[in-house]
Design a protein around this ligand. Structure first.
Ligand SMILES: [Cu+2]
Ligand SMILES: [Zn+2]
Length: 194
């Protein structure tokens, strides 16, 4: 009887031990999930960039890595196949690079919408000013058509970019609405979706 009584006790103790281990594993998983949830918005992100024209999205030309820093959002381009010089470079409102019709004409990447403007500034400005928050420093493209120089957007974070797009314009950017609106960069030539 004693022996038979001991065996179940041992079994009970063993099963308690196992369930404790199981509980600890479950707790570890919960803590892991909490840690993942806390870091759900990654501090870095990569956006693939494609050429765009009136018929839609064209070939890929590289990517831009964005990361949070103590000074704001850094955008590191790794792009090829663009025309040399400075290009207007902005975060646009919508997660689309599709063309759309305006006044009977198909406009490249028009579905990206306007410049990201969560503050309702209503005007185009400098990356460090008080205009659209999507206004970035211009993208520099070297004589070989490569863009590799990082730019800094002090008022943006990676967390702001979900559901937005990144647009490169054919022309430069004077960070004002005059003489031409939206910095004067003109047509959208390349685009990526965050
Ligand atoms: Cu733009
Ligand atoms: Zn703007």
């Amino acid at each position: 009887m004693i022996g038979r009584a001991r065996i179940p006790r041992t079994r009970v103790a063993g099963s308690v031990g196992r369930s404790r281990a199981g509980a600890l594993r479950a707790l570890a998983m919960v803590l892991g999930a909490v840690a993942l949830a806390a870091s759900a918005e990654p501090a870095t992100r990569t956006v693939l960039v494609h050429l765009v024209d009136a018929s839609g999205t064209g070939r890929p030309i590289g990517h831009v890595i964005v990361r949070d820093t103590a000074h704001g959002l850094v955008l590191e381009p790794a792009l090829a196949g663009l025309t040399p010089g400075l290009h207007g470079f902005h975060v646009h409102q919508n997660p689309s690079c599709e063309p759309a019709e305006r006044s009977g004409t198909m406009v490249p990447a028009l579905a990206a919408g306007g410049h990201f403007d969560p503050d309702g500034a209503g005007r185009h400005g400098t990356p460090w000013g008080d205009g659209h928050r999507g206004d970035l420093p211009p993208l520099f493209v070297d004589s070989n058509g490569h863009a590799a120089q990082p730019v800094l957007a002090p008022r943006l974070r990676v967390a702001d970019l979900a559901g937005r797009s990144l647009v490169i314009h054919g022309g430069g950017d004077n960070h004002a609405d005059r003489p031409a609106p939206l910095g004067g960069g003109g047509a959208r030539v390349a685009c990526g979706i965050f």
